[in-house]
Design a binder for this molecule. Structure first.
Ligand SMILES: C[S@@+](CC[C@H](N)C(=O)[O-])C[C@H]1O[C@@H](n2cnc3c(N)ncnc32)[C@H](O)[C@@H]1O
Length: 239
């Protein structure tokens, strides 16, 4: 039994070192904080390690393309939902900083006060990025977004919460705006074979809600293998 535990510990350590390597923007301390927050609130955090930088490149690609084509003087509004310790916010910040001549405003909405403290420390000097420490359900600005980058763990949410969040996100985006969200590759399909009764019913409801959303709006989807675990990124044009 004891050797079993050592084996698990060793595997966890290797896994963390690998994740730290993939998530270049994060320090070892932040990796630990992320994992500790996951231990406290597994359903809300929904992942044991932050996303890799390749996820950052893929999930921001429509925003980057829009900047390349941007000729108008209109402000580009970007919303990041569920920033954690800010690995994807770093990617967004790099894009924003590279484009001084374009008016870009980024709102970051994160529910965990612990993560918000880290996010504020990291991004308080950037005038174009604002951290809002609250649930996305309670975020109601008087403008809409061109791009929403969402890494909420829909799979670990209750079905009703997930549906309300998805409906809410659709009210926050401009017609024609792009909502990019993630799901661990294949996990939802595997999970359904290990659930029974009401839990299975709820899980299938969630799968179907996301499927019909994608059927209506999906313009692109990619799997990023270089992430722990591999992740699927969906891009939806909400019209
Ligand atoms: C899977 S983690 C993603 C963290 C980071 N963006 C990444 O890609 O590694 C999900 C994040 O969503 C946050 N979250 C969960 N429910 C939320 C809600 N209702 N509103 C805002 N943030 C939420 C969690 O606290 C957590 O930081």
């Amino acid at each position: 039994m004891k050797s079993h535990f050592s084996y698990i510990r060793l595997l966890s350590l290797v896994f963390f070192m690998f994740s730290a390597h993939l998530t270049k923007a994060l320090t070892w301390d932040e990796m630990k904080q992320f994992f500790n927050e996951f231990r406290k609130n597994p359903a809300t955090v929904g992942a044991i390690a932050p996303s890799s930088s390749l996820v950052g490149t893929e999930i921001t690609k429509y925003f980057v393309n829009a900047i390349k084509q941007e000729t108008a003087t209109k402000t580009i509004h970007v919303l990041e939902v569920g920033a954690g310790t800010g690995c994807l916010t770093k990617v967004i910040e790099a894009i924003v900083d590279k484009n001084h001549d374009i008016d870009i405003k980024v709102d970051v909405v994160e529910i965990s006060p612990e993560f918000c403290t880290i996010l504020r420390q990291k991004f308080e000097n950037n005038q174009r990025i604002t951290i809002h420490c609250k649930s996305i359900i309670n975020w109601n600005p008087d403008y809409r977004y061109d791009f929403i980058i969402c890494t909420l763990p829909f799979n670990s949410f209750e079905s009703t919460l997930m549906k309300s969040i998805i409906e809410h996100l659709q009210t926050l985006i401009y017609p024609g705006g792009v909502l990019s969200y993630v799901a661990y590759a294949g996990i939802a399909d595997i999970k359904k074979h290990f659930l029974w009764g009401n839990a299975k019913k709820q899980h299938l409801e969630k799968i179907n809600t996301l499927k019909s959303l994608r059927k209506k709006y999906q313009i692109d989807a990619r799997t990023v293998i270089v992430n722990c675990p591999p992740i699927r990124i969906y891009h939806l044009e909400i019209i």
